[in-house]
Design a protein around this ligand. Structure first.
Ligand code: HEM
Length: 325
C-alpha cells in the first residue's frame, strides 16, 4: 500500500511507540499518542498542528449572511485573530515535508462583550474517521506500526475496515504556492438559525480570492523548511490577503453527523463574507501559547450538529492547551 505524505510523516516523525496508557480518558490518550508520534511532548507546544503563524485582520459579512444566521458577525464587520498551521505535533516540521498536510487554519472572530467564535478547519475536504474512538485507533495503529514485524502491520489492519481513512490518507494533498492560494474546509456541520428562526445545516469553506495554486513536485522539493510561513509574511507586508468565507448548504438527505462523508459539489454555496488578512504578527510565541481555539465556541444563531468528532474536539483541545499555559 502506498502511504501518503501525511502517514509517512507520522511514521518517521518520532520514536518507537511505548505501550499506550489505555486507562487514560480518551482526550489524554489521544494527546499521549500524538506526543509519541512527534517524539514529544514538546514543551509549550500544541499536541497537534504545533507549527504555526499568527495573523490578524477583519471579517466583513455579505448582505446574504444575516439571512442565514442571526450571529453578530454576520451583521457587522469584526476583527479576527488567525493561526495558520502545519500538521502533526512537530514544531519544526518542514512546511512542504512529509506529515505537513493537511494544513490548518483557525480564525477567532471577536464578538461584542469580549466574547468570540472560532472556525478551526483544514486544507482537505473530509476527515479520515467518523468518531473520536476511531481517531484514537488510527493514531494508535500508526504508532504500533513503527518497527512492527507484524504482517500485515497494525495500520494496514486498521485501514482494511476503514475505507474512509484509507481514502483520506491516499488522497493527493498538493503543496500550495502560498497559504494565500490554499482553500480550507470546516469538515464538521453546524446548524445556522436566522432572526425568523429558520435554520439550515452547512459546512464552512474558506476559499482564496487569489485562486487555488499549487507547486509542482519539483518546486515543492526545492522550497525551504519555513517557506509557507515566510512567504505569507512577505506577501501581507505588500498587500492584504483575501479569502471568501462560504457555507456549503446541506441537501435534504445529506449526512450531517459524519465528517468522512463529503457532500456533493452541486450543493448551494452561500457567500457569508470576506476575510482580509492585514498583518502577520512576528515573534508571536506568547499570543500563540495563550490562544486556545474551540470549534464549539458558538454565538446565538449557530449550533453544533450531532457529529461525534465535532462534539469531542473541545475536550482534546482543552487538554492540549492546559499543559502549555
Ligand atoms: C477526534 C478528532 C480530533 C482531535 C482529537 C483533534 C485534536 C487536536 C488537538 C489536541 C489540537 C491542539 C489544540 C491546542 O493545543 O490548542 C488540535 C489542533 C487543531 N486541529 Fe484538531 N483534532 C480533531 C479533529 C479536527 C478536525 C475535524 C479539524 C478540522 C476540520 C481539526 C483541525 C485542527 C486545527 C486547524 C488545529 C490547530 C488549531 C490552532 O491553530 O490552534 N481537528 N487538534
Amino acid at each position: 500500500m502506498r502511504l501518503s505524505y501525511l502517514l509517512a510523516g507520522l511514521l518517521v516523525a518520532g520514536l518507537a511507540a511505548p505501550a499506550l496508557a489505555e486507562s487514560l480518558p480518551l482526550p489524554e490518550q489521544i494527546i499521549r499518542t500524538l506526543d509519541q508520534l512527534s517524539g514529544g511532548p514538546h514543551r509549550g507546544e500544541r499536541a497537534n498542528h504545533a507549527k504555526g503563524l499568527i495573523a490578524g485582520g477583519i471579517f466583513t459579512p455579505s448582505a446574504e449572511a444575516a439571512a442565514i444566521s442571526r450571529a453578530p458577525h454576520f451583521r457587522r464587520s469584526v476583527g479576527v485573530t488567525i493561526r495558520f498551521s502545519t500538521g502533526t505535533g512537530l514544531p519544526a516540521i518542514a512546511d512542504a515535508g512529509p506529515g505537513s498536510r493537511p494544513y490548518g487554519l483557525a480564525i477567532r472572530f471577536a464578538l461584542p462583550g469580549r466574547s468570540y467564535t472560532d472556525f478551526v478547519g483544514i486544507s482537505h475536504n473530509g476527515f479520515p474517521v467518523a468518531t473520536p474512538e476511531d481517531f484514537a485507533g488510527l493514531l494508535d495503529a500508526v504508532a504500533r506500526s513503527r518497527g512492527s514485524k507484524a504482517s500485515p502491520p497494525p495500520l494496514e489492519q486498521f485501514l482494511a475496515t476503514r475505507p474512509a481513512a484509507q481514502a483520506f490518507l491516499k488522497a493527493p494533498k498538493p503543496v500550495p504556492k502560498s497559504f494565500a492560494t490554499q482553500a480550507f474546509y470546516g469538515v464538521n456541520a453546524f446548524e445556522f438559525i436566522n432572526q425568523q428562526g429558520a435554520s439550515v445545516f452547512g459546512r464552512y469553506r474558506i476559499v482564496p480570492v487569489a485562486g487555488e495554486q499549487a507547486l509542482t513536485d519539483e518546486e515543492a522539493a526545492a522550497v525551504g523548511p519555513n517557506y509557507l510561513m515566510e512567504e505569507l509574511a512577505g506577501r501581507v507586508a505588500v498587500r492584504p490577503v483575501k479569502y471568501k468565507v462560504l457555507l456549503q448548504i446541506a441537501g435534504k438527505d445529506d449526512i450531517l453527523d459524519d465528517p468522512t462523508v463529503v457532500w456533493p459539489e452541486d450543493r448551494r454555496l452561500v457567500e457569508l463574507g470576506l476575510l482580509v488578512v492585514t498583518r502577520v504578527v512576528p515573534e508571536a510565541r506568547y499570543i500563540e501559547a495563550k490562544l486556545a481555539y474551540n470549534p464549539l465556541a458558538l454565538p446565538d444563531g449557530i449550533q453544533p450538529s450531532r457529529d461525534p468528532v465535532l462534539l469531542f474536539r473541545p475536550a482534546a483541545y482543552a487538554a492540549s492547551a492546559a499543559r502549555r499555559q
